[in-house]
Ligand binder design. Structure first.
Ligand SMILES: Nc1ncnc2c1ncn2[C@@H]1O[C@H](COP(=O)(O)OP(=O)(O)OP(=O)(O)O)[C@@H](O)[C@H]1O
Ligand SMILES: [Mg+2]
Length: 291
């Protein structure tokens, strides 16, 4: 109820946005990678998409917003010394908290700092606002890897991000859980559109069929526009990359999955112009939603 209330207060997205950037200023696109069901491939997508975007010349900040699991770190085989927590409370600068990952990827671990978002005093709220100049000046994409489902944390980040990549697999349970998430987003009008990535499909046809099923029910029962960004086929290099802590787009650049990621990255880059307000809205909404 608590979260529902806040989402409702936030509904319509027409409320005054107090941190509007000055005219002419550009900022990053802020994209949350999320799913209804767990384990469908969000983190694999976020990491490998981030690397592929970086290879396309985009400055990418990958933010691990999945509480405490440090999944991104494990997949990249890195150990950033600090997390968002140290930025909020430890007098670490944003530069110290951002870890220079492989391929030019910038990585921030939320760590226990994600939990702290609900308890910020005015000093830490100011710290969060200090992120803005950095995001505007140094990033083209902020990719937020969230947990699965409709918990407060997930909904907070999904609502705050301007764009949503919804990951599903062709499994019926993945579709029904994705629908439940979309229903919440539509009901509270926090988003009216998202784009689908169908992961672990046997072939393109299976991916398209899964996407269409969800698009049809969305069109029929929800006022929600669900686009299809692309498919990542079932490919052994994904699991192998996770085990070896070497993202497959780096270790197996000519694999099927890496080719799929290139199409997805290009589709994402071309799909939409950068919005000068996305970063400001992201920070503003995080501060309001987690209050
Ligand atoms: N396209 C694929 N082909 C084969 N295996 C895959 C593919 N995508 C993901 N996997 C496997 O699924 C596992 C789970 O992926 P991942 O950790 O990215 O999911 P997740 O959605 O982030 O999970 P969680 O909800 O726990 O955060 C990976 O370790 C990998 O082995
Ligand atoms: Mg994950």
């Amino acid at each position: 109820m608590d979260q529902a209330f806040k989402l409702r207060a936030f509904a319509g997205r027409n409320s005054a946005e107090p941190h509007r950037p000055r005219r002419g200023m550009t900022g990053p696109r802020v994209v949350a990678v999320t799913s209804g069901k767990g384990g469908v491939g969000k983190t694999s997508l976020a990491v490998n998409l981030g690397l592929t975007l970086a290879r396309r010349g985009q400055r990418v900040l990958l933010f691990d917003a999945d509480l405490g699991l440090a999944n991104i770190e494990v997949m990249l085989g890195i150990t950033p010394p600090y997390t968002l927590y140290e930025f909020l409370y430890g007098n670490k600068t944003i530069e110290e908290v951002i870890y220079a990952g492989p391929g030019g990827l910038q990585v921030v671990s939320g760590g226990s700092g994600v939990n702290e978002l609900a308890h910020l005093d005015s000093t830490q709220r100011r710290r969060i606002l200090e992120l803005l100049p950095f995001l505007r000046a140094r990033t083209d994409f902020v990719l937020v890897d969230t947990g699965a489902g409709i918990s407060k944390n997930v909904l907070g980040f999904v609502s705050a991000a301007e764009e949503i990549l919804l990951v599903i697999t062709p499994e019926p349970t993945s579709l029904t859980d994705a629908y439940s998430l979309l229903k919440v987003l539509a009901k509270f009008k926090v988003h009216s559109e998202a784009r689908l990535v169908v992961n672990r499909a046997r072939d393109e046809q299976e991916a398209c069929r899964a996407a269409q099923k969800l698009q049809v029910v969305c069109g029929r029962f929800l006022d929600f526009n669900l686009g299809f960004l692309g498919a990542i086929l079932e490919d052994g290099v994904v699991g192998q990359g996770v085990k070896e802590q070497q993202p497959f787009v780096l270790s197996k650049p000519s694999s099927t999955a890496a080719g799929n990621l290139i199409r997805i990255a290009d589709g994402l880059i071309e799909g939409r112009d950068r919005s000068p307000q996305a970063a400001d809205m992201f920070i503003d909404r995080l501060l309001r939603l987690f209050r």
